[in-house]
Ligand binder design. Structure first.
Ligand code: MN
Ligand code: MN
Length: 286
């Protein structure tokens, strides 16, 4: 009798050499400004994925029809921020060199910086769509310009403010508010606002950076900086679905600190969100 041995990798993942889409954990939480713990996201999400259907009612597609792999979590030692950022950058460069769509997940939002930069190097006309409760635009936090609360400001410094559009933001400092107003980055998280923005982007390459705390913390309490007043799951899915057929060139899904949610629904929510993004990546325009 043949037995199936289940690897502790994301549900439905294949061997890397068969994959067009690459999932990998970037589970590090060294600058989390309030409650740390997103270093534990990787195992929690993979475990949750085994309680999830491969089939998406929303997109009428199954993960089993998509050639994607899960590389596992990158080894990212606690502390050692410079090394961690360099290691994420070199890992994503390797994944891109194989022609795979990179999708990083799990840890704090600073992990998006090297992922976005890699996308920008490959696609000089890149546009960044940022979904979050927080603006993440601070010039510095406690004298440090490189944190999960500042990373998007550093992205803007490098690639230009006009490439960045933010949805769902409901928290930030006065300085962040003024920066966002000066550069016109803020939009409400509505289907209409997202659809209108995507129309202006046309076939430009798009990077999606998704901080899961954009969801209301009553739905997603497993995160380090919960902010009341967030969006619903239905709205997140409706917003993501609008990306179908656009030229997605990379993405991330970050900020799960699973131990703050003993029900496990937050880990499940990230797992289901990753399923939806993998299905979107499979249907991306090339
Ligand atoms: Mn964030
Ligand atoms: Mn946030």
């Amino acid at each position: 009798m043949a037995h199936e041995f289940v690897l502790p990798l994301f549900l439905g993942s294949r061997e890397p050499d068969e994959a067009d889409i690459a999932l990998f954990g970037v589970c590090w939480d060294g600058t989390s400004s309030y409650k740390a713990g997103s270093r534990f996201a990787g195992f929690a999400v993979r475990e949750a994925s085994f309680g999830m259907e491969e089939f998406s009612f929303y997109q009428q597609q199954s993960l089993l029809d998509v050639p994607f792999c899960d590389y596992g979590d990158l080894f990212l030692p606690p502390g050692q921020k410079e090394r961690v950022l360099a290691d994420v950058a070199s890992a994503v460069a390797e994944i891109r060199a194989k022609g795979q769509f990179p999708l990083g997940f799990g840890g704090e939002h600073l992990m998006a910086y090297p992922l976005i930069m890699a996308a920008f190097e490959a696609h000089p006309d890149l546009a960044v769509i940022h979904m979050d409760a927080h603006a993440d635009l601070r010039p510095e936090l406690w004298d440090d310009p490189w944190t999960h609360a500042t990373f998007l400001g550093r992205v803007a410094d490098r690639i230009g403010w006009d490439r960045i559009t933010q949805f769902g933001i409901r928290s930030g400092s006065r300085e962040e508010w003024e920066l966002a107003q000066a550069h016109g980055t803020l939009r409400p998280f509505t289907v209409d606002a997202l659809a209108a923005h995507l129309k202006t982007l046309g076939d430009r390459p798009i990077y999606l950076t998704l901080d899961m705390d954009v969801l209301d913390p009553s739905l997603y309490p497993g995160t380090g900086t919960p902010e009341p007043g967030g969006i619903t799951w239905d709205l997140l899915v409706a917003g993501l679905k609008l990306l179908k057929g656009h030229r997605l060139v990379g993405g991330d899904c970050l900020e799960l600190a699973p131990h703050y949610d003993p029900t496990g629904v937050s880990a499940m929510t990230m797992a289901k969100t990753l399923r939806e993004i993998i299905l979107l990546a499979h249907q991306r325009a090339r």
